[in-house]
Design a protein around this ligand. Structure first.
Ligand code: SF4
Length: 688
């Protein structure tokens, strides 16, 4: 009867895949999803979406969804009532806190969850348990970019709106497979390049679609971007192509910065990177001549031992050329997940409260102690890389992970899995019985974005509301409700009736979101942070100065860190990244029939040269072995890669995942794994 009565309903939501933040109406009847209809007023995407936003929703009604809590019994799990699962959690959390202290527990928030949920997760860690051991998956991707921007310009976010990129005279893309990873944003670049005479320069290992479209495509050796970027900067300084007026008025540290560039001559850079000198001078000239320059970058920059320094070098180059504070200029670190920006904004970071205020700052801490009515720890917590280490060393006993497939996406997986097995107590909260859930003691069924209200913040710092389309399936619940129930069982006394009340509390405490209210975010209305108390937002940053005491940006000198060196037998460079059709490990997109029929599995891209040398053909099954593990995968011969470089998409729910090969080595400033510095040897298992 319910189905007969169901009417067609249209509900606005925000895509839960990449950081572009497309919003659209979803047409439904009962629990049936009829179609996704983008609206012209959608600020990030207008009437466009990519294949994931359009078709990637079958997972919401999947029979594989978790609908009841699960409790481990020996090697298997049994279904349990919420009451039993929550009281077990209450007991284990309190025991660990009382016996080993608050820092024996750790929490991982999710960039798939809403801002309000990230806020509550860190509040649970800090105010209820008393630890700063809270992190999120930006540690795996964008923390180095955030650090590079904090060091130089003071805000860890895109300088302007996605739309502004169209106004740039030059777009420089470094280490980003934009057309596949951020498709709707890439469409804008493609359009302005084709129709408006915008220049496009791409630096990558792999000749992806944007590289093919570029006016200039350079192919530096893996892990050497800082060298060519610094050489371009030095060349521009030597030519007198610095924006002197901008630097004099708005930037500190010029002389020291110039000194730090001394070693980066074109000759040296050519030797290290393999990029011909002439190509570097072409880039310098292009920046010099362009009306404005935007630099877009992603994991090809950040996932290296020197990822934060390379991000810093990019920002330095933009500063000396006056490319901040005007439309069509600035930094665009492209955020991977829909809410990776928001998860960090709302304090799921071990050393920062919501709004990036430091836990060590006494005044800030006093504000939060008062706001939350709890004593807070001044000691920065563990990031997720350190958490794994501390489980191995026996200091970390209990973990609570929400919506994060850490058992697939962390690096050096064999080591991570061993750690999970050592935990005294492990809670995993997810929509599906994920790989990570297999290691848990208690698995809690969460509701995905279609089944709750809240806000996401996209790559351009845009805060957007999502509205509830369906009731949570079975006994699953929105993450914010689950976290609140756990907190209350531990004595918190929270009484949020709706996510808007969580946002109101957060906005009161964090200046970055001061003027954010649900009323100001009705429908397709959005705000870009920082938002002043009166609701004035900031589509373009740095117009009137940088958020430092004297209003000036800082040039931050950095030096190149050599990538990980491998024994000679590991002769294959294994690059890795996304595919258009799937998202990350594929837990959600493989559930979509339309998508998985089109791209049912991943393959290893090998170059024609390597294929000829080793006798590989399309479909040849090979094993790649690094010092840390191995994967089995079939080959696809393509000229997108060259020589001994291969490309393994990370989107595979099976054994093919890249992270059996990656090491525990990480960016020296942020502990972001050096995912892109992988070498392996290859053996043929089966010819086609
Ligand atoms: Fe837009 Fe990204 Fe979603 Fe595609 S995956 S619809 S580009 S937000």
């Amino acid at each position: 009867a319910a189905m007969r009565e169901a009417r067609v309903k249209k509900t606005k939501t925000v895509c839960t895949y990449c950081g572009v933040g497309c919003s659209f109406d979803v047409w439904t009847k009962g629990r049936k999803i009829l179609k996704v209809e983008p609206q012209a007023e959608a600020p990030a995407n207008g009437i466009s979406t990519c294949i994931k936003g359009k078709f990637g929703w079958d997972f919401v009604n999947s029979e594989e969804r978790l609908t009841k809590p699960l409790i481990r019994e020996g090697e298997s799990f049994r279904e349990a009532e919420w009451e039993e699962a929550l009281s077990l959690i209450q007991r284990k959390f309190s025991d660990a806190k009382n016996i080993y202290g608050p820092d024996s527990l750790a929490f991982i928030s999710s960039s798939k969850c809403t801002n309000e949920e990230s806020y509550l997760m860190q509040k649970l860690a800090r105010a209820v348990i008393g630890t700063n051991n809270i992190d999120n998956c930006s540690r795996y991707c964008q923390t180095p970019a955030t650090m590079g921007l904090f060091r130089t310009v003071g805000y860890g976010g895109d300088s302007g709106s996605i739309k502004d990129i169209e106004k740039a005279g030059l777009v420089l893309i470094v280490g980003s497979n934009t057309a596949e990873s951020h498709p709707v944003l890439a469409a804008r670049v493609k359009r302005s390049h084709k129709l408006k005479g915008q220049k496009l320069i791409v630096s990558d290992l792999r000749k992806h679609e944007m590289a093919e479209r570029a006016d200039l495509f350079i192919e530096p050796q893996a892990g050497t971007d800082l060298v060519w970027i610094s050489a371009v900067a030095k060349y521009m300084v030597d030519q007198g192509w610095v924006d002197k007026e901008f630097v004099n008025k708005r930037v500190n540290g010029f002389d020291e910065y110039v000194k730090s560039l001394t070693a980066y001559t074109l000759e040296y850079a050519e030797r290290v990177t393999g990029v011909p000198k002439e190509q570097m001078t072409v880039i310098a000239e292009a920046i010099h001549q362009a009306s404005s320059t935007c630099i877009l970058w992603a994991m090809g920059v950040t996932q290296h031992l020197g990822g934060s320094d390379t991000s810093t070098a990019i920002s330095n180059l933009l500063l000396i050329t006056g490319n901040y504070g005007k439309p069509g200029a600035g930094s665009y670190p492209l955020r991977g997940h829909n809410n990776v920006q928001g998860a960090s904004d709302f304090g799921s970071m071990p050393e920062r409260f919501p709004g990036y205020e430091k836990v060590e700052d006494e005044t800030v801490r006093a504000k939060y102690e008062q706001g939350w009515g709890a004593g807070l720890s001044a000691k920065p917590g563990l990031n997720n890389h350190q958490m794994v280490e501390r489980i191995h060393s026996g200091d970390l006993k209990v973990m609570y992970i929400k919506g994060e497939e850490m058992a697939m996406v962390d690096s050096n997986l064999n080591y991570v899995h061993e750690a999970f097995e050592k935990l005294d107590f492990f809670v995993v909260q997810d929509v599906f019985f994920s790989k990570t859930a297999q290691f848990a003691d208690v698995v809690l069924p969460a509701a995905p974005s279609f089944e709750k209200e809240g806000t996401f913040t996209n790559t351009e710092r845009r805060i957007q509301r999502l509205y509830q389309i369906f009731e949570p399936l079975g006994e699953s619940k929105p993450d914010w409700q689950i976290i609140m129930e756990i907190a209350n069982r531990l004595g918190a006394g929270w009484a949020y009736r709706h996510p808007s009340e969580i946002m109101a509390e957060a906005a009161d405490l964090m200046p970055l979101y001061a003027g954010v209210t649900y009323e100001r975010l009705e429908g397709y209305h959005t705000l870009q942070w920082p938002v002043a108390p009166d609701g004035t937002d900031s589509p373009l940053l740095f117009e009137d100065g940088f958020p430092f005491p004297d209003g000036k940006a800082k040039l931050f000198p950095v030096q190149w860190t050599e990538p990980i060196q491998y024994e000679e037998e590991y002769d294959i460079q294994v690059n890795n990244g996304r595919l258009l059709e799937h998202f990350h490990e594929g837990n959600l997109t493989y559930q979509s029939k339309g998508i998985s029929e089109k791209t049912p599995t991943v393959f290893l891209e090998v170059s024609p040269e390597l294929a000829a040398e080793r006798g590989l053909e399309d479909g040849t099954v090979v094993r790649l072995t690094s010092p840390y593990g191995n994967v089995k995968v079939s080959c696809l011969v393509t000229d997108r890669v060259k020589g001994k470089e291969v490309y393994l998409p990370m989107n595979d729910s099976g054994k093919g995942t890249i992270n059996y090969l990656t090491s525990s080595r990480a960016d020296k400033n942020t502990d972001t794994p050096a995912y892109k510095e992988v070498k392996a040897k290859m053996e043929i298992l089966q010819h086609t």
